[in-house]
Design a binder for this molecule. Structure first.
Ligand SMILES: [Fe+2]
Length: 262
C-alpha cells in the first residue's frame, strides 16, 4: 500500500491540529507503519480562529520534515493549506500560490466547505478562485449542513461540472460528524462524485488515517479498485499532475449523474 493524504493538520502548534512536535512525530510514525507515504500539511488559512501567515508554512514544513528525517521516518510532507470559505479572495495570488499544489498550469487549492451549508456566496467564491487560475478541491462537502435537502447539492454539482473536485473525510465515513454527514459521504462515494478521501486528521484528538479510510470505503460499498483510486491513485495524481484544464469533462463519463440520496 502507498497511501497519499491531501488534507492533514500535521504541523505542530499552528492551528487545532497537532499540539506539539511529539504529537506530529507520533502520528507520522503511525502513518509510515500503515503505508502512508505522502501527506499535504494543510493548516487552516484565512480562518479567523487561527491566524497564520501563509509565508510561514513552507518553513514549518521544512522544520517538521527535518525532524522526521533525523528520526528516520520516511514520510514526505508537502506544503499546503485549508482555505477558509469566509473571504478567500482577500488573499493575493502570491499568498494562494503558497498553499496551492500541483504543477504549473494545473495548480489547485483545498477549499473548505461552509459547515452552515452551501450557498450562492460560496459558489461565487469558488468561481472567483477558478477565474484566478486555481483548480479547486472542495474539502469535506458532506459536512455542509443539509447538503441534499436545502439546495446546496445543486450548486455544488454545477461547480463539479465546471471543474471542482470533491474530497470526503475518513471521520465522516466513521460517523464522527453525525449520521447526516456519514450518509452524504457514502452517497458521494457510491455515486462516483468523491474524487479522493483524506484524513483531515488532527493528531492527538482526531487522528484517524488514510489507511483506515481505505478499509472504510470498502465497507461503504466501494470496489477495491475504487478504494485504491480514492486513497492512492487520485491524490497522487493531484500532486503530480494537478487539475489539468478540462479534466472533469473527461472524467464526467465515469460519474453517475444520479443524485446521491442522504
Ligand atoms: Fe481540515
Amino acid at each position: 500500500m502507498s497511501y497519499v493524504d491531501i488534507h492533514c493538520h500535521i504541523l505542530p502548534a499552528v492551528d487545532d491540529g497537532a499540539r506539539d512536535l511529539d504529537e506530529s512525530i507520533d502520528y507520522a510514525r503511525r502513518l509510515v507503519d500503515e503505508g502512508v507515504r505522502e501527506v499535504v500539511a494543510t493548516p487552516h488559512v484565512a480562518n479567523p480562529r487561527f491566524p497564520l501567515d501563509p509565508e510561514e508554512i513552507s518553513d514549518r514544513v521544512a522544520a517538521l520534515s527535518a525532524e522526521l528525517h533525523s528520526r528516520e521516518i520516511p514520510l514526505r510532507i508537502h506544503a499546503g493549506g485549508e482555505l477558509h470559505p469566509s473571504d478567500p479572495n482577500s488573499l493575493t495570488d502570491a499568498q494562494l500560490e503558497l498553499i496551492a499544489n500541483g504543477p504549473a498550469g494545473a495548480r489547485w487549492l483545498l477549499f473548505e466547505i461552509p459547515f452552515a451549508g452551501v450557498d450562492q456566496r460560496y459558489a461565487d467564491n469558488c468561481r472567483q478562485l477558478m477565474a484566478r487560475g486555481f483548480g479547486l478541491v472542495i474539502a469535506h462537502p458532506e459536512r455542509a449542513r443539509g447538503l441534499f435537502k436545502d439546495g446546496g447539492w445543486e450548486l455544488l454539482r454545477d461547480l463539479v461540472a465546471e471543474g471542482a473536485l470533491l474530497q470526503i473525510n475518513v471521520c465522516s465515513l466513521l460517523g464522527n460528524n453525525g449520521l447526516e454527514a456519514q450518509e452524504a459521504a457514502v452517497g458521494l462515494l457510491r455515486s462516483g462524485y468523491a474524487f479522493t478521501l483524506a484524513s483531515d486528521a488532527h493528531p492527538g484528538t482526531r487522528d484517524h488515517t488514510a489507511a483506515l479510510g481505505f478499509a472504510l470505503t470498502l465497507k461503504a460499498g466501494a470496489s477495491s479498485l475504487q478504494a485504491w483510486r480514492l486513497t492512492q491513485a487520485n491524490p497522487r495524481f493531484l500532486l503530480r499532475s494537478g487539475i489539468p484544464a478540462g479534466f472533469n469533462e473527461q472524467r464526467a463519463v465515469t460519474i453517475s449523474r444520479s443524485l446521491p440520496v442522504a
